[in-house]
Design a protein around this ligand. Structure first.
Ligand SMILES: *[C@@H]1O[C@H](CO)[C@@H](O)[C@H](O)[C@H]1NC(C)=O
Ligand SMILES: *[C@@H]1O[C@H](CO)[C@@H](O)[C@H](O)[C@H]1NC(C)=O
Length: 456
């Protein structure tokens, strides 16, 4: 059977044969990937948000806790939060690169690039993913990228999503749990992605951990929506205590720092080995610390001359917290090495929630997949499916129905004194950090789906 829609080509002496691939064939060393055909767009363009007055809905909610507000569905994007966190895997080639490098500083650079690339798909994605239902799961197998992933919503209040991805060749595991904490600041919603992410490079016996930066959606009531990510991300090598410290800069009053990320790799004795810089929306570079400092000094001199008589343009506009208009891209320090560059988005992305190509494919229900997927998989959620197809009324009704079903199931459990039990993850101690977290108990891909809850 066909697990994904990939076309492989096998070269047997001079004959070329083309196969629709199967799992067995893809492990054959003579096999070359010809092209991989996942869906590249959604079935329908998005519903225009301009036709709804978000303010008229939200003004009734002032003073309420955000978790108590039912946000209008038109502010959503047709993906579950479980699918959204799978987007960390878009640039898996960077983990594969880290695995293949023998120099530990170069490995750390690749891991740092991966950590930044993992949040790059947030760029311009102001749609809110659907809250996963308790017990909802998502699986993603990408043979051509060499990984498979499974995730589960393990808690509803507070919402916790646990995920586990592993290399198909046994090179790495990547896992964590995310507790998105939302705060409503009147004009903006800030999401703090609490929870630790762990990447283990098995052949090197190394484990790296980090947490994602804060993410803020500005102007949810008035003005143009835009996204900012900020905060310090510390990637720690638990074998040595070596660290990579990445500073996602807040955009600042004049927008000079918009999207910028800057950091360095240091060893246990705090000696700096490399400077890492760039933008999370664009590219990341690495350079020798001395070259970086020298370049910064010379740049500063030039800057002072240029901007002497410029008046800072202020935020005199009180109505909306507009994104400063900056066109300048990353200025490359001579001698730098490119670590990662973002792929451009498809042309129709703007009509489709600003999805990347990777995101477009996440909710695709490929022919034959229904029979294989767990019945709790997000792809079976009727509200997300309806929204994806452009049926907003149906989506809204289905969303309400599912939430009501979840509420009555909870009441039923309370009446019978039953505890909810998670299926594929258990609370345990992360051996690398000593902290408590949700760990994969294995077995999902044996596809034994007995006793799964009926959540849809
Ligand atoms: C997509 O990006 C554009 C350009 O930045 C922005 O105006 C728009 O609001 C974004 N749409 C969504 C759904 O986030
Ligand atoms: C991480 O720790 C391992 C084990 O001590 C060491 O071999 C490796 O060089 C370290 N990696 C980095 C990137 O510092």
């Amino acid at each position: 059977f066909c697990l994904c829609q990939c076309l492989y080509i096998t070269i047997i002496s001079e004959n070329i044969e083309v196969y629709k691939h199967s799992q067995k064939q893809s492990r054959c060393p003579n096999l070359f990937l010809l092209f991989c055909h996942f869906r590249e767009s959604l079935p329908a363009p998005m519903f225009s948000r301009n036709s709804v007055s978000i303010w008229s809905i939200l003004k009734k909610c002032i003073g309420l806790e955000l978790s108590k507000i039912t946000m209008p569905i038109v502010l959503n994007e047709p993906l579950s939060f479980l699918q959204r966190i799978s987007e960390y895997m878009e640039h898996t080639y960077l983990i594969n690169k880290a695995c293949s490098l023998s120099d530990s500083i170069e490995r750390m650079q690749a891991v740092a690039a991966f950590a930044v690339s993992a949040v790059a798909s947030q760029w311009d994605r102001t749609g809110k993913p659907f809250n996963p239902l308790l017990g909802e799961t998502y699986e993603l197998i990408r043979e051509e990228q060499g990984f498979r992933l499974v995730s589960e919503q393990v808690s509803h209040h507070p919402p916790v999503s646990a995920f586990h991805a592993e290399s198909l060749t046994g090179d790495f595991v990547f896992h964590g749990s995310i507790y998105p904490k939302l705060k409503f600041w009147g004009r903006a919603v800030e999401a703090e992605p609490k929870g630790t992410i762990t990447l283990e490079l098995l052949k090197h016996g190394e484990a790296y951990t980090w947490s994602n930066p804060f993410c803020c959606v500005h102007n949810i009531i008035l003005g143009k929506l835009w996204i900012e990510q900020y905060g310090t991300v510390e990637i720690v090598n638990h074998s040595t205590g070596d660290k990579c410290v990445l500073n996602f800069k807040p955009c600042g009053m004049f927008g000079k720092e918009l999207h910028k990320v800057e950091g360095y790799i240091q060893d246990k004795s705090k000696k700096k080995h490399a400077v890492i810089y760039g933008k999370w929306t664009e590219c990341m570079w690495s350079v020798d610390p001395q070259a970086y400092e020298a370049h910064k000094k010379s740049e500063k001199k030039g800057d002072n001359k240029k901007h002497k008589n410029e008046e800072p343009e202020g935020a005199e506009n009180d109505d909306a917290d507009d994104m400063p208009d900056v066109q300048e891209t990353v200025s490359v320090v001579p001698g730098s090495t490119l670590l990662w560059r973002i792929d451009s988005r498809p042309a129709h992305s703007a009509q489709m929630y600003n999805f990347t190509n990777f995101a477009m494919s996440l909710n695709e229900l490929e022919p034959g997949k229904e029979a294989i997927l767990a019945p709790t998989d997000c792809r079976f959620r009727p509200d997300i499916r309806a929204m994806e197809n452009g049926n907003m009324d149906e989506a809204s009704q289905e969303k309400e129905r599912l939430e009501e079903k979840q509420r009555s199931a909870r009441k039923e459990r309370a009446r019978n004194d039953e505890e909810w039990s998670t299926r594929w993850f258990q609370m345990g101690t992360n051996p690398h950090t000593g902290s408590q977290g949700w760990l994969y108990t294995g077995g999902y891909f044996n596809r034994n789906y007995q006793d799964l809850p009926n959540i849809y």
